[in-house]
Unconditional design. Structure first.
Length: 344
C-alpha cells in the first residue's frame, strides 16, 4: 500500500544455519496482524490460518479462533487454515496422472480428506514479506509429500484494503501434480452460539449431490426447489446435509466474481467474490463440543461457525467432466478471493 515500506522478515544469509532455524521458529510462532481503517485480520503461520477478522475498534471475532494458538493444532478442525494441496475429499485417496497411480493418506474411512494428516493445514508456513496491510507466506512441498508428485511451491498473500480482505493463492511445480487449495475459515458474524440465525445466498444454479461418504456422485443437480436452493437469501439450515459444492462456473474465472452473501442476525454482512469455479458450503455439523477458550467468538460446538470454501469441484481427478486440477511445470495455479465485510 502507498505510504508504507515493505518489511522483509527473512534472516540474512550470513547468519549460521542453526541460528537461522531458531529465529525462524520464533518468528513463526507469532501471529501476524494486518489492518486497514475498517478491518483487522490475524493470521497464524501454522497452516497460514486466518484466525481473526474484526472491525476496527471492536473485539468481536467474525471467524472461529482459539485463544491459545496451539489449539489450532490440537483441535483438528482446520479452523481458518489453508487446506490442500487437494482440498476436500479424494475417493480412496488415489490419483492417476499420466498412467501412474499415486496413493494419498486415507484419513476419512477409505478416502483422503484435505490431503491427509500432513496437508497444508498442518505445515508451518514461512513469512516472506510483511507490511502493515499485507503478509505473504510460503510453503514448500517436496516430491512425494502427501503421496503426490512434484516439488511444489505455494504462496498465500493476505491483504486488507478498506472493508475487504483479499486472499491470493498461487502455486508452481516441477512435475505434473494435482492442485486445489482452499481457505477454511468458519464464519460467525453475529456472535450467537450457532449460525442458525444467519441467512445465506449462493450465486449458483447447480450443486454436486454426494454419496454417503460425502463424495460427489458425478451428477449436477439444479438448486432451485431443492434443500440447497439459496439463489435468494434463506436461513442457514442447521443440517449435516449442508456440506456440498456449489457450481459457480465450469472453469476458473479471470476475475473475482460474486459467489455468496452471508448475513448475521444483527445485519453484519459478508460478501465473497472469487475466481474459483466452486464453493463448498459446510454448516459445521461435525464441529466438536469442547470446553476450549476461544478468541472473542462463541464457544466451540456443532454449528458454531459456517465454512464457505472457494475451490475447484471436489474429487475432480475421478470425474473427467469436472474442471480439472492438474498443474504442470511452467504453469501457475492461481486463486483470488475477496471477503467484503459490512457492519450492521
Amino acid at each position: 500500500m502507498p505510504g508504507h515500506a515493505a518489511h522483509l522478515v527473512k534472516t540474512p544469509a550470513c547468519v549460521p544455519d542453526v541460528i537461522r532455524a531458531i529465529l525462524a521458529a520464533m518468528t513463526n510462532q507469532q501471529s501476524i496482524t494486518i489492518s486497514s481503517d475498517t478491518l483487522c485480520a490475524t493470521i497464524l503461520p501454522q497452516g497460514a490460518a486466518l484466525v481473526g477478522v474484526r472491525f476496527a475498534g471492536q473485539t468481536r471475532n467474525l471467524v472461529i479462533g482459539f485463544a491459545d494458538p496451539a489449539d489450532h493444532t490440537k483441535v483438528p478442525i482446520c479452523a481458518g487454515s489453508l487446506v490442500g494441496p487437494i482440498a476436500n475429499r479424494v475417493q480412496d485417496g488415489r490419483v492417476t496422472l499420466d498412467g501412474q497411480t499415486y496413493q494419498m493418506p486415507q484419513n476419512e474411512n477409505t478416502n483422503c480428506l484435505h490431503s491427509g494428516p500432513d496437508g497444508l493445514h498442518t505445515r508451518l508456513w514461512q513469512i516472506e514479506l510483511q507490511t502493515p496491510e499485507s503478509v505473504t507466506l510460503s510453503c514448500a512441498l517436496a516430491d512425494g509429500m502427501n503421496g503426490l508428485p512434484g516439488n511444489r511451491q505455494i504462496l498465500a498473500r493476505y491483504s486488507v484494503e478498506a472493508d475487504t480482505l483479499t486472499l491470493t493463492i498461487t502455486a508452481t511445480t516441477d512435475r505434473a501434480t494435482p492442485m486445489n487449495v482452499a481457505a477454511h475459515p468458519y464464519w460467525n458474524l453475529d456472535g450467537t452460539p450457532d449460525v442458525g440465525g444467519h441467512r445465506i445466498a449462493v450465486n449458483a444454479t447447480q450443486y454436486l449431490p454426494t454419496d454417503p461418504q460425502g463424495l460427489p456422485t458425478g451428477e449436477r443437480h439444479i438448486t432451485r426447489g431443492s434443500e440447497f436452493d439459496f439463489e435468494t437469501e434463506k436461513p442457514v439450515p442447521l443440517s449435516p446435509a449442508l456440506d456440498v459444492n456449489f457450481c459457480l462456473a465450469s472453469a476458473p474465472l479471470a476475475t473475482p466474481t460474486h459467489a455468496a452473501t452471508l448475513t448475521g442476525s444483527d445485519g453484519t454482512r459478508l460478501d465473497i467474490a472469487t475466481t474459483a469455479p466452486g464453493l463448498q458450503v459446510y454448516a459445521g455439523a461435525s464441529l466438536p463440543d469442547l470446553a476450549v477458550e476461544m478468541a472473542d467468538c462463541p464457544p466451540l460446538k456443532p454449528y458454531s461457525g459456517i465454512a464457505l470454501e472457494p475451490q475447484h469441484w471436489p474429487d475432480a481427478p475421478h470425474h473427467d467432466h469436472f474442471p480439472q486440477i492438474t498443474l504442470v511445470p511452467g504453469q501457475t495455479y492461481a486463486q483470488s478471493t475477496h471477503f467484503r465485510l459490512t457492519p450492521p
